[in-house]
Design a protein around this ligand. Structure first.
Ligand code: 2AM
Ligand code: CA
Length: 268
């Protein structure tokens, strides 16, 4: 087995183990803590999942670095990403979609991106509640469970279903996200706020929706989904249209065909 496939196999195994742990704890009354505000939440299950993932990675790959949501604390993850340009690193979100998890909405995921020399090499996104597994290896296509996936062929923004979300600090009156949604209202087929960025990217990759935009995401929200979407034929840029990398704070993702129209509608 080549190394890339070994890492993929490990990432899938770790994501499924963490997913099992999350499900086992889903119906317990978990302690919920606020981070920035009443919309920015973390549970003890986020921490349990992260501990399991870090332990597995450290045991199997002691030379690899790890960037994960809860361990990062108040540090700026973008500064860490800028420094970690060499070697192999695992960028993990132990639960993406924590608010859905807390409300027992079965739409959350374990997200694991592996980068090599700063470039995404492997992406694994696993929703344990529905047993949906998305994954990609650089240059080898994207998959949902065992099936190869591609983006939608939709070329008109009027036929496009899009998704976005509110970064917790933008959950307020006169939010910039409300303005963005307003700018697209009536222009596309409809807009969804599904609550888990990694799965939004996979939904674009699978052609279920044609585009997704989101501000202020962190590298652990996007590292895995970014590669899965690119390998499915999609396009990911910043809101200014530059090719997206893990250091950027705005993200516009699409099937490629509607990209320019979407970017244009978000320029105001
Ligand atoms: P989380 O569940 O891991 O917090 C919801 O639109 C999406 O945005 C989720 O993927 C959520 O990730 C992410 N998100 C919410 N608030 C965020 C914040 N302040 N910074 C970065 N990502 C955030
Ligand atoms: Ca999270």
């Amino acid at each position: 087995m080549n190394m890339k496939n070994e890492y993929l196999k490990s990432a899938i195994q770790f994501a499924k183990e963490a997913g099992q742990l999350i499900l086992e704890n889903m119906n317990q009354s978990n302690t919920i803590q606020q981070k920035l505000n009443h919309a920015d939440l973390v549970t003890e299950v986020d921490q349990l999942s992260e501990d399991l993932l870090r332990k597995q990675i450290k045991t199997m790959y002691p030379d690899h670095w790890i960037l994960s949501e809860e361990a990062t604390g108040q540090e700026d993850p973008f500064e860490i990403i800028k420094k970690e340009k060499s070697g192999i690193g695992w960028i993990i979100d132990p639960i993406d979609g924590t608010t859905n998890f807390i409300h027992r909405i079965p739409h959350f995921a374990v997200s694991i991106g592996i980068v090599n020399g700063g470039e995404p090499m492997i992406g694994v996104v696993y929703n344990p509640a529905t047993d949906d597994l998305y994954y990609a290896v650089k240059g080898e296509g994207a998959f949902h469970n065992e099936t190869s996936i591609q983006v939608s062929k939709e070329s008109g923004i009027q036929q496009a279903v899009l998704a976005t979300g509110f970064p917790s600090k933008e959950w307020k009156e006169n939010s910039s996200v409300s303005k963005q949604i307003h700018a697209l209202t009536g222009k596309c087929r409809n807009i969804r706020l599904l609550g888990a960025a990694s799965l939004d990217l996979c939904f674009v990759a699978k052609g279920l929706i044609s585009g997704f935009w989101h501000d202020e995401l962190n590298p652990w929200d996007t590292a895995a989904g970014l590669l899965i979407l690119q390998e499915a034929g999609g396009k990911v840029t910043t809101r200014c249209g530059q090719l997206y990398n893990l250091e950027n704070r705005t993200l516009v993702a699409s099937n490629g065909f509607i990209h320019d129209s979407l970017l244009k509608l978000l320029q105001f």
